[in-house]
Design a protein around this ligand. Structure first.
Ligand code: UD1
Ligand code: CA
Length: 448
C-alpha cells in the first residue's frame, strides 16, 4: 500500500488586532519559534505532503516566514476576510491538484501535534469524507458546537447561531478538519453565507457532506492542544503549555531539571546524556547541550553549542555563535558572543569574549575583555592554545596571541604576541618605604 498524499492548508490571514501589535499574529513566538512555525512543524512533510499557507493582504512577512520554514509552501492571498471556508478556497489551485487527504489548520493554534493530525487523517483512509477535531471545552462560549447522532457527526453549529439546547453542548470544534481531498471542492463550493455573521463558514462542510450521503466523524483531543491565540494573555498561556511539554520531553530524555518550572526551553533545544540544568535558566533558539554538561543557575543561552562536560555559569550569558569545546568552563558573569572556545578553555570570572577564537586549554583570567568594537567595526581576537591571559587584560582587536603566550595582568594589548612570548603592558610600580605610615600619622594629626 502506498502512503496517502496530503495537502495541509494553514489559515494565517488573521490580523490579530487584539494582540495590539504591529506584528502579524502568526509571527508572534512561543518557545523561540513563530506560531506559524509550530503549526508547520506539526503538518505532514516529506514526499507527497504539500503545504499551502493562506495569508492576508500586505502580509509579506508571513509569506517570508512560511517560505523560510517550508520552501515548498504555496502561498495564497485572501484579499477579503469573508470567512474560514472562503479562506480555504483561496487555495483552490492547490486543492484542484488533488491530494488524498486535505487538512485545514489555523495558524494561530500552535499547540497542535503531528500525532493528532495523523489521528485525524486515519478515518479518511477508512472511507469517511470528513473528520473534525473536537474537544471538551471548560467554557464552550464562542466555539462551534459538534452535533452528533450516535457516533456520527451531523453538523457544527456556530455559537452565534446555536439554540439554548445546542449551547449546552460542551463538545466543541477545534477548527482543525481533515477532508477527502477528492471530494473537498464539491463540498466547499456549496458552502453559503446565510448565517448571523454573513460569513462562509468552513464548519458547514459537515452538514453538506451529510446531505451528500457522506460520513463525518469526530476525533477528540485535549483543550490544551487546540488553544487558539487572540490576545497576549492567551499567548502566555500557550507558552506555558509548550514549556511544560518541552520540560517533560527533556526529562523523559534523561535531562536533570532541578526546578523544571523555572527553566525556559526552546522548541529546538537538544540535549546529550546526563545533562543537568539548575533552576532559573533561559535557553533560546538554536542551542545544543552535550553529554554531562552542567548549566548553573541564572544563565542565558541563545544559538550556542555546549560540548560534553562543559560547565556554565552561574550568571553566564552565551550569545549567538558561541561554541564551547568539550570540558570548557565558563564561570560567573562571563559573556561570550561569536566565540569558539576549544576544549578545556577556562574563562572563570567576569569577562567578555566576543568575535574570538580561543585555542585549547587556554586560561582567560578574571576581567579579561576582548575589545572587539571600535565604534564602527567589529574585529577578531585569536588566542592560541595553552595561552595564559592575566587578570584584567584588555585585548584590543584585531589581535592575535600566540600559543602558550603569557600576558601579564592588567595589560592593554594592542600588538600581536608571538608563540611562547610574554607580554606585559603596565606602568612601572613605585614603592616608597614607610610612606604609608607617615601619610597615616599626618592625616591623624589633621583630623578634628
Ligand atoms: C472557528 C470555528 C469554530 C471553532 C473555533 C475554534 C468557523 C466558522 N468557526 O471560530 O467552530 O470552534 O474556530 O477556535 O470555522 N480566517 C481567515 N480568513 C477568514 C476568516 C478566518 O484566514 O476570512 C482564519 C483566522 O485567521 C483564524 C481562523 O481562520 O486563524 C479561524 O477564524 P476565526 O474568525 O478566529 O474563527 P472563530 O470564530 O474562532
Ligand atoms: Ca479564533
Amino acid at each position: 500500500m502506498t502512503a496517502r498524499t496530503s495537502l495541509t492548508i494553514v489559515l494565517a490571514a488573521g490580523e490579530g488586532t487584539r494582540m495590539r501589535s504591529s506584528l502579524p499574529k502568526v509571527l508572534h513566538s512561543i518557545a523561540g519559534e513563530s506560531l506559524l512555525a509550530h503549526v508547520l512543524a506539526a503538518a505532514p512533510r516529506g514526499e507527497g505532503a504539500a503545504v499551502a499557507v493562506v495569508v492576508g493582504p500586505q502580509h509579506d512577512a508571513v509569506e517570508k516566514e512560511a517560505k523560510r520554514l517550508r520552501s515548498d509552501a504555496a502561498i495564497f492571498v485572501q484579499r477579503e476576510r469573508l470567512g474560514t471556508a472562503h479562506a480555504v478556497l483561496a487555495a483552490r489551485e492547490a486543492i484542484t491538484r488533488g491530494a488524498d487527504d486535505l487538512l485545514v489548520v489555523f495558524g494561530d493554534t500552535p499547540l497542535i501535534t503531528a500525532e493528532t493530525l495523523a489521528r485525524l487523517r486515519a478515518p479518511l483512509s477508512q472511507g469517511a469524507a470528513l473528520a473534525v477535531l473536537g474537544f471538551r471545552a471548560a467554557d464552550p462560549t464562542g466555539y462551534g458546537r459538534l452535533l452528533l447522532d450516535g457516533s456520527k457527526l451531523v453538523a457544527i453549529r456556530e455559537h452565534a447561531d446555536a439554540s439554548e439546547a445546542e449551547r449546552a453542548i460542551t463538545l466543541c470544534n477545534a477548527g482543525v478538519m481533515a477532508m477527502d481531498g477528492r471530494r473537498a471542492l464539491a463540498i466547499l463550493d456549496k458552502i453559503g453565507n446565510a448565517n448571523s455573521k454573513g460569513e462562509y463558514y468552513l464548519v458547514d462542510a459537515v452538514a453538506i457532506a451529510r446531505e451528500q450521503g457522506l460520513d463525518a466523524v469526530v476525533i477528540e483531543t485535549s483543550e490544551d492542544e487546540v488553544r487558539g491565540i487572540n490576545t497576549k494573555a492567551q499567548l502566555a498561556q500557550a507558552e506555558a503549555v509548550m514549556q511544560t511539554r518541552l520540560r517533560q520531553a527533556a526529562m523523559d530524555a534523561g535531562v536533570t531539571l532541578i526546578a523544571p518550572e523555572t527553566v525556559h526551553l526552546a522548541a529546538d533545544t537538544t540535549f546529550g546524556r546526563d545533562v543537568t540544568i539548575e533552576p532559573f535558566v533561559v535557553i533560546g533558539p538554536g542551542v545544543s547541550i552535550g553529554d554531562g554538561a552542567v548549566v548553573h543557575s541564572f544563565s542565558h543561552i541563545v544559538q550556542s553549542k555546549l560540548g560534553s562536560n562543559t560547565l556554565l555559569g552561574p550568571f553566564a550569558r552565551l550569545r549567538p555563535g558561541t561554541s564551547l569545546g568539550d570540558g570548557a568552563k565558563i564561570g560567573n558573569f562571563v559573556e561570550a558572543k561569536a566565540a569558539v572556545l576549544e576544549p578545556g578553555v577556562k574563562v572563570n570570572h567576569l569577562s567578555y569574549i566576543g568575535d574570538a577564537h580561543v585555542g585549547a586549554h587556554s586560561n582567560i583570567g578574571a576581567g579579561t575583555i576582548t575589545c572587539n568594537y571600535d565604534g564602527f567595526n567589529k574585529h577578531k581576537t585569536v588566542i592560541g592554545e595553552g595561552a595564559f591571559i592575566g587578570t584584567n587584560t584588555s585585548l584590543v582587536a584585531p589581535i592575535s596571541i600566540g600559543a602558550r603566550a603569557y600576558i601579564g595582568s592588567g595589560s592593554v594589548i594592542t600588538r600581536d604576541v608571538p608563540d611562547d612570548a610574554l607580554a606585559l603592558e603596565r606602568s612601572p610600580q613605585t614603592t616608597k618605604e614607610g610612606a604609608a605610615a607617615r601619610f597615616r600619622s599626618a592625616k591623624l594629626r589633621q583630623k578634628k
